[in-house]
Design a protein around this ligand. Structure first.
Ligand code: HEM
Ligand code: HEM
Length: 174
C-alpha cells in the first residue's frame, strides 16, 4: 500500500490496470473529445429553446446528450472499479512531485467529468440557465486545461522519466 496521498492510499493496489479499466479510459477520451467538438450543436439547440422557440433537437444535440450521459455512467463505474479492482502502484522511477501532481490531476478529472454531465443535465432537463453557464464556461475551460496537463504529464512520464505509466494504460495486466 502506498501512502503518498489519501486519495490513492485508501484504494487497493493491483499489478496493472484491468482490461475494463484500459478500455474505459480510452473510451472516455474518445467521448470527451467528441463532446468538445459537438458542443456547438448543443449550444444552438439550447439558444433556440431559451429564445422561446420550439425545442428543435438536431442530431448533434441528441448525440451530445447520449455521449455525455455515457461519460457520467462510465466515470461512476470507473470509480467503482478503482475501489474493487484497485490501481497499480506509483512507478518507482517517478519523482514525488510528479506523483502528487498526477494524483491531483486524476482527482480533478474525476470531479470534472462528473460535474460536466451533471451540470449539462440540470441545464437541459430542468431549464436552469446558471447550470448552462457553468457548464459551457468555467467547467469546460477547466476540463480542457486539466486534460491538456494530464496528456502532457503522461508523455513526460513516458519519455522523460521512462516510467511504465503509459505502457500499462495501453496494455492491461495479464
Ligand atoms: C462529459 C460530458 C460533457 C462535456 C465534455 C460537454 C461539453 C460541452 C461543450 C464543449 C459545450 C459547448 C459550449 C460552447 O461552445 O459554447 C456544451 C454545451 C452544452 N451542453 Fe454539454 N457536455 C457534456 C455533457 C452534457 C450533458 C449530459 C448534457 C445534457 C443532458 C449537456 C448539455 C449541454 C447544454 C444544454 C449546452 C449548451 C450550454 C450553453 O450554450 O449555454 N452536456 N457542452
Ligand atoms: C479526455 C482525455 C482524458 C481523460 C478524461 C483521461 C482521464 C484519466 C483518468 C481519470 C485517469 C486516472 C485513472 C485512475 O487513477 O483511476 C487517467 C489515467 C491515465 N491516463 Fe488519461 N485521460 C485522458 C487522456 C489521456 C491521454 C491523451 C493520455 C496519453 C497521452 C493518457 C494517459 C493516461 C495514463 C498513462 C494514465 C495512468 C497513469 C498511471 O498508471 O499512473 N490519458 N486518465
Amino acid at each position: 500500500m502506498i501512502g503518498w496521498s489519501k486519495w490513492e492510499g485508501n484504494m487497493p493496489t493491483s499489478v496493472g490496470w484491468s482490461k475494463s479499466q484500459v478500455v474505459l479510459h480510452w473510451t472516455t477520451v474518445a467521448l470527451v473529445i467528441f463532446q468538445l467538438f459537438i458542443g456547438d450543436a448543443m449550444s444552438a439547440a439550447w439558444q433556440a429553446r431559451q429564445e422561446g422557440g420550439p425545442v428543435e433537437m438536431n442530431l448533434g444535440a441528441i448525440l451530445h446528450i447520449i455521449a455525455g450521459v455515457s461519460v457520467l455512467l462510465i466515470m461512476l463505474y470507473r470509480l467503482y472499479l478503482r475501489r474493487t479492482h484497485g490501481h497499480p502502484p506509483r512507478p518507482e522511477n517517478q519523482p514525488k512531485w510528479a506523483a502528487t501532481l498526477g494524483a491531483i490531476t486524476h482527482g480533478a478529472l474525476y470531479l470534472l467529468l462528473l460535474a460536466m454531465p451533471l451540470s449539462g443535465a440540470v441545464a437541459w432537463f430542468f431549464g436552469v440557465e446558471g447550470a448552462a453557464n457553468v457548464h459551457e464556461g468555467p467547467l469546460r475551460i477547466a476540463l480542457i486545461a486539466v486534460v491538456l496537463l494530464h496528456a502532457a504529464g503522461a508523455l513526460v512520464e513516458h519519455f522523460v522519466f521512462q516510467s511504465p505509466s503509459l505502457k500499462r494504460m495501453l496494455k492491461p495486466e495479464s
